[in-house]
Design a protein around this ligand. Structure first.
Ligand code: PMP
Length: 366
């Protein structure tokens, strides 16, 4: 059944859930450490829990299809009109809606090698042509991406910071790129990890949205805001593109629990600060351990690190299995063409220690 371009899609590989690993390896769930999906190790903010309890009383009703209150809160926070916002069932939804809104079957989409897997899924699901530009130092090569744009290119995906590599493009380079992208080519700038950037790395992508009518900035509540299970993402773009996105968006794509929790989390700056501090300390600890073990890693600007665990193409799977047996779940990235590497999410201090100890064991066995 179905078109050949759908049959050719390689399914998305998500982090293994704790319950599955517990069953498969005969482990106690409480002992398992999951550092596989770039979730916030602090979990959900308390402010969001209270909002959820209130929203639960109204679950007999449909959600607000236009998410008036959440959009108003986002508009106030980011300084844009509510008409510039599109909500998604996670930012994955935004990425897919954008592909459908801007690209026809047979036209092309440009993205980087080693960039987030959903760009390929969204492109292939349309029967569009992917132009995958080779990475440089595991990150985006913006000059090559510009050069790769063809007459039928309608969309460019950029992740900054990128997942799974953690690489970062500095603001001025990105701005120079946006300046040169031809009219008629939309750019989705996926900033899922932007809240983790150190203050001196931040740039004002919302100001770029005002300047570039082809730019869509995509953000999520799944990472620093701690709401991955609720599935809320959003896009900010000028009205012409936002109107297209909203035509395709399913009317109730963000449920009422998610809307309520997102409003609470958005205002919880103390939680965001704690998250960023914990992440910076954890990054320091993990990379110190990698240095000590003589392991290469890609300097990361997100809440995860890509580390090379061996020099043969079996290394990632082998070390991953050894970690699983010790109750540590990380993410193999062979599907990204990185079979010698593993991606580990930065966890709580005790989770990082458990991972480091298990990694040392795994390497000794390997
Ligand atoms: N973009 C990037 C770069 C990501 O890493 C992720 C999460 N894996 C997403 C988007 C999607 O996250 P969500 O759908 O939970 O918002």
């Amino acid at each position: 059944y179905g078109p050949s371009y759908v049959r050719q899609i390689a399914p998305y590989v998500a982090g293994k859930p704790i319950s599955e690993v517990a069953r498969e390896f005969g482990l106690d769930e409480a002992r398992i450490v999951k550092l596989a999906s770039n979730e916030n190790p602090l979990g959900m903010p308390e402010s969001a829990k209270a909002a959820l309890a209130r929203a639960a009383a109204e679950l007999g009703r449909y959600p607000d299809a236009n998410a008036f209150e959440l959009k108003a809160a986002l508009a106030a926070r980011y300084g844009v009109p509510a008409e510039w916002i599109t909500l998604g069932n996670g930012s994955n939804d935004i990425l897919e809606i954008a592909a459908h809104a801007f690209v026809e079957k047979g036209q092309s989409v440009v993205y980087s090698q080693y960039s987030f897997a959903v760009y390929a899924l969204a492109t292939q699901g349309l029967g569009a042509r992917a132009i995958v530009v080779p990475a440089v130092n595991h990150g985006h090569d913006l000059d090559a991406m510009l050069a790769a744009i063809e007459a039928d290119t309608r969309l460019v995906f950029i992740a900054n910071p990128n997942n799974p590599t953690g690489t970062f493009i500095e603001g001025p380079a990105l701005e120079a790129f946006l300046e040169k992208v031809p009219k008629g080519v939309a750019v989705v700038l996926d900033e899922a990890y932007t809240e983790y950037l150190a203050v001196d790395r931040r740039y004002d992508s919302i100001a770029w949205v005002r300047r570039y009518p082809n730019l869509v900035v995509s953000r999520t509540f799944s990472k620093a805001f701690g709401l991955a299970g609720l599935r809320v993402g959003f896009a900010i773009a000028q009205p012409e593109l936002t109107d297209l996105l909203n035509r395709l968006r399913q009317p109730f794509n963000v449920n009422s629990m998610a809307q309520a929790a997102a409003i609470a989390a958005l205002g919880d700056t103390a939680f965001l600060e704690r998250t960023a501090e914990l992440n910076a300390a954890g990054y320091h600890r993990l990379t110190e351990a990698f240095d000590k073990l003589g392991l290469e890693y890609v300097p990361s600007f997100g809440n995860f690190v890509l580390v090379r665990v061996g020099n043969d193409d079996g290394a990632g799977s082998r070390v991953n299995l050894a970690l699983l047996k010790q109750g540590v779940i990380v993410r193999p990235v062979g599907n990204y063409g990185l079979p010698q590497w593993l991606r580990v999410t930065i966890g709580l201090p005790e989770e990082n220690e458990a991972f480091i100890a298990a990694l040392e064991n795994s390497l000794a066995q390997a």
